[in-house]
Design a protein around this ligand. Structure first.
Ligand SMILES: Nc1ncnc2c1ncn2[C@@H]1O[C@H](COP(=O)(O)OP(=O)(O)O)[C@@H](O)[C@H]1O
Ligand SMILES: O=c1ccn([C@@H]2O[C@H](COP(=O)(O)OP(=O)(O)O)[C@@H](O)[C@H]2O)c(=O)[nH]1
Ligand SMILES: [Mg+2]
Length: 267
């Protein structure tokens, strides 16, 4: 766990200097606060985000050197969380931890916890319900422990208030930022039915249940973090590229350097 990792290594080699905002960005933001985020729809002001980044991100401006910058990525099933997380991870040097993938990997792993444990998880996923918090938090905790990343995306978690409380209790930390991908139900259903990854839960019966669970149990988590000023809402309609445009603006406003952008220009 990062708490025990004094002087944690970077996700990428130090020479690439991706994970910390550039000195120029830092200087610029310190001089120009508050910074506006173009097209920002969420209530979270950029200066609040920046302050959080610089007080929590390891190594940046004297923040806690052991705690990574944690972003929860939330949104309904099919809203594009996984798709956008992949882009964020590669452009901005985040580790991408998908709670759903961790659970699916556990089912496929033949782990020492036994077949009944794996069947329990599979049955819950098939029914679109939420796996007990202690199982999911333990998988996330282990995944965080095994990465040296200074910034981490947690995709599709917490799914409910109980998940959130368990995460905060067990890890002793909170997210620095919560991204919420806002997508109409009919669009989410269309995307899930076309996802074509052979998932046991991408069928219309389970999708209907997942949408109810999302509305009843996941939205309260978004509301909780909204009340704490941590949520940045991004409209998830439009093309993948258009949505990533809004995501990119958010991260740029936080001072994160776009590694791909710089690399493509030989910088
Ligand atoms: N902006 C988009 N427009 C159309 N389809 C999309 C878009 N973003 C993602 N998809 C597709 O929709 C499906 C669900 O996306 P995914 O990223 O898995 O969502 P989530 O992780 O929120 O369930 C995938 O097949 C993905 O390729
Ligand atoms: O923190 C989590 C994440 C996922 N799941 C279960 O795993 C399924 C698939 O989650 P995933 O995030 O992969 O689905 P997505 O929203 O990306 O389609 C969910 O419906 C839940 O049954 C869960 O119980 N807890
Ligand atoms: Mg997903």
């Amino acid at each position: 766990m990062w708490r025990r990792r004094v002087g944690a290594l970077l996700l990428r080699p130090r020479s690439s200097s991706i994970p910390t905002p550039s000195a120029t960005h830092r200087r610029r933001h310190h001089l120009l606060l508050p910074v506006s985020v173009p097209d920002e729809k969420g209530p979270l002001a950029s200066n609040v985000l920046l302050l959080r980044l610089f007080t929590s991100q390891a190594g940046a401006d004297g923040g806690n050197p052991r705690k990574p910058f944690i972003a929860f990525v939330l949104g309904g099933p099919g809203s594009g969380k996984g798709t956008q997380c992949t882009r964020i991870a590669s452009d901005f040097g985040f580790a991408h931890l998908s709670a759903g993938d961790l659970l699916r990997n556990e089912i496929a792993s033949g782990s020492e916890k036994g077949v009944h444990f794996r069947e329990l998880i599979l049955d819950i996923i098939k029914e679109g319900r939420i796996v007990p918090s202690e199982i999911t938090v333990e998988l996330i905790r282990k995944a965080m422990e095994s990465t040296d990343a200074k910034r981490v995306l947690i995709d599709g978690f917490p799914r409910c208030e109980e998940n959130r409380i368990a995460f905060e209790r067990i890890t002793g930390t909170e997210p620095d930022l919560v991204i919420f991908f806002d997508c109409p139900e009919d669009e989410m259903v269309k995307r899930l039915l076309g996802r074509n990854q052979g998932r046991v839960d991408d069928n219309i019966e389970t999708i209907k249940k997942r949408l109810k669970v999302f509305e009843n149990l996941n939205i309260p988590v978004v509301d909780y973090y909204s009340s704490r000023g941590k949520v940045h809402k991004i409209s998830a309609t439009g093309t993948e590229e258009e949505i990533f445009g809004a995501v990119r603006k958010l991260f740029a406003s936080l001072g994160f350097e776009n590694f791909v952008f710089h690399k493509s220009r030989g910088l």
